[in-house]
Design a protein around this ligand. Structure first.
Ligand SMILES: Cc1cc2nc3c(=O)[nH]c(=O)nc-3n(C[C@H](O)[C@H](O)[C@H](O)COP(=O)(O)OP(=O)(O)OC[C@H]3O[C@@H](n4cnc5c(N)ncnc54)[C@H](O)[C@@H]3O)c2cc1C
Length: 521
């Protein structure tokens, strides 16, 4: 993917696009993949970088959602479990099976959660992962060496999926591009336009890098802007009623010693009645999440102090080595774009199903759902968009579509495994220039070649793009990411032909964002 080529494609087209997608998160990029594979002329516009919004800030689980089963939403769980299986089939380089243990501290917890998790396993049918089972206290301690042993009676093991959210997103964008879609980051939609029939038939967008504006036409405009859905709807209808209830979820990242081994912990009932996880991820421990209703969405949400305290307190109940603020390597928050139901202020109780809404202006908005169900959401959305835009009937083909990077045995690429079939090309860069093998920081596995690759092939435009979303440095260890920034700026400047002043500005901007990922001890 090259941004200049994408810009040229966007400029050259004089015909209306079949579908314009606003928003480059999981939902929008999923819609672009689906639309392009059906042969529709597709343009996707993202105001910042792909995944800048919620889609880089998930718990990194490809899951059915044990909690939704508890809420009785069996259809959502079944749909998500099926999508979990399809995603592992289509992107095995990024999605893997992860064992979870629910530790039991009361006699009834084992049988109670054991039955629930057996149902969870049965609902996945032919898309199942491993079988769930009850295990002894000794087995629980063996698999979770740092679990709190006081009062432990045993545990329940079950299996779910894990992934890297932005690596999948970038690979999905590449898949859409390979199928003929045009996708642009740093392309902000600033206005919607209507035809004589008062129906939306185009957008004006700004190339954020140059300030240039363009007006383009489309048969259908899809609003996939997650937490920003209502703002975009109001570009067409200033009186549109609110359909999104934004809710923030935060995570903290600790080092591996808090969760040695390869098994995650699932806490089915925190003191506020939620589910919480401690998960091994990229050699670190990810703990989360929370559910805090918000009045307004922002592009760079920051975890609240009380969310951090709550996660530390909950983790301390289940871990023998108890984490403190000083142990937090990074903290990040994301905003759930939940579909609003009446006046309910308890966002944990709001449905995680997706919603497709067509305004009287003809603008089609899709919101809610989960990362796990992005494919099914996209299928639903493009079916509706095709009817709305009177596009030729074409069947969805994404159930069996390999996602860019597909590789059945990517583990053999070691630290580059997450690039899947792209890993040999990164190794080739190193073979041609050995300085690109240099590590960017001793605390993280990233090397200089990844910066060059991201700039040349993955449309990375800034230091933040590289450290937050092409690699996951900022999410894993914010201080290490700050140390890496000047070197990344220098490498990127060489690729993008930028000067020293640009590098200084980039590092400054990155440090500002990174401050929001740091916790004062
Ligand atoms: C804390 C948390 C944990 C989660 N964990 C999981 C999990 O483990 N597994 C799972 O399956 N799901 C999980 N989810 C849900 C999942 O992350 C979301 O459902 C999904 O990422 C939403 O994607 P989206 O594309 O709808 O929104 P976003 O990713 O927010 O994308 C919307 C995009 O629209 C862009 N945009 C806005 N306005 C404009 C404009 N005017 N012009 C152009 N672009 C614009 C934004 O910049 C943004 O990038 C989690 C969510 C949260 C908050």
């Amino acid at each position: 993917m090259k941004r200049n080529d994408m810009l040229q494609q966007a400029r050259q087209r004089t015909e209306p696009w079949d579908i314009i997608v606003i928003g480059g998160g999981a939902t929008g990029v999923g819609v672009a993949v689906d639309a392009a594979t059906r042969g529709y002329a597709t343009l996707l516009l993202e105001q910042h970088d792909f995944g800048k919004g919620t889609s880089s800030r998930s718990t990194k689980l490809v899951h059915g959602g044990v909690r939704y089963l508890e809420q009785g939403n069996v259809s959502l769980v079944m749909e998500a479990l099926k999508e979990r299986g399809l995603l592992r089939q289509n992107a095995p380089h990024l999605v893997s099976e992860l064992p979870f243990i629910v530790p039991s501290y009361a006699w009834w917890e084992g049988p109670f959660y054991g039955i629930g998790l057996k149902v969870y396993q049965v609902l996945s049918g032919k898309y199942g992962f491993g079988a769930s089972k009850l295990i002894s206290k000794e087995e629980t301690l063996r698999r979770l060496p740092n679990v709190n042993p006081d009062g432990l009676t045993g545990g329940v093991v079950y299996f779910d999926g894990q992934f890297d959210d932005t690596r999948l997103l970038i690979n999905l964008a590449a898949t859409a591009a390979e199928q003929g879609a045009t996708l642009l980051n740093y392309a902000k939609v600033t206005a919607l336009h209507k035809g004589a029939d008062d129906v939306v038939n185009g957008v004006t967008w700004e190339n954020v890098e140059t300030g240039e504006s363009f007006t383009v036409q489309a048969r259908v405009v899809v609003n996939a802007t997650g937490p920003f859905t209502d703002g975009v709807r109001r570009m067409a209808d200033p009186d549109a009623k609110q359909m999104i209830a934004p809710s923030q979820g935060a995570h903290i990242v600790l080092d591996r010693s808090f969760l040695p081994g390869d098994t995650a912990i699932m806490v089915p009932h925190t003191s506020d009645g939620r589910v919480m996880f401690a998960i091994p991820w990229h050699g670190h421990t990810l703990v989360g999440t929370t559910d805090t209703p918000l009045k307004q969405a922002s592009l760079e949400p920051v975890a609240l102090d009380q969310e951090i305290e709550f996660m530390l307190e909950t983790a301390a109940l289940y871990l023998e080595k108890k984490p403190s603020r000083a142990d937090i390597l990074s903290v990040f928050a994301g905003i759930r774009p939940l579909a609003k139901s009446g006046e309910d202020s308890n966002t944990a109780a709001l449905s995680r199903d997706h919603t497709i809404h067509i305004d009287k202006s003809g603008l089609l908005s899709i919101a809610g759902g989960k990362w796990t169900t992005y494919r099914n959401m996209a299928q639903d959305c493009v079916d509706q968009a095709a009817t709305l835009g009177d596009l030729p009937d074409k069947n969805c083909v994404t159930k069996t579509l390999n996602i860019h990077g597909y590789h059945p045995n990517a583990a053999k690429f070691g630290a580059l495994a997450f690039y899947g079939s792209d890993a040999p090309a990164i190794r080739e860069l190193i073979a041609k220039d050995s300085t690109l093998a240099q590590s960017l920081d001793a605390k993280l596995p990233y090397v200089a070649a990844e910066v060059v690759w991201a700039a040349r092939e993955e449309m990375a435009r800034s230091v933040e793009d590289i450290l937050a979303r092409r690699t996951r440095a900022l999410f894993l260890n914010s201080k290490a990411a700050v140390r890496m920034a000047p070197r990344v700026a220098a490498l990127l400047a060489q690729e993008l032909n930028r000067d020293k002043a640009w590098q200084i500005d980039q590092v400054e901007k990155f440090n500002h964002v990174a401050a929001g990922f740091q916790v004062k001890a």
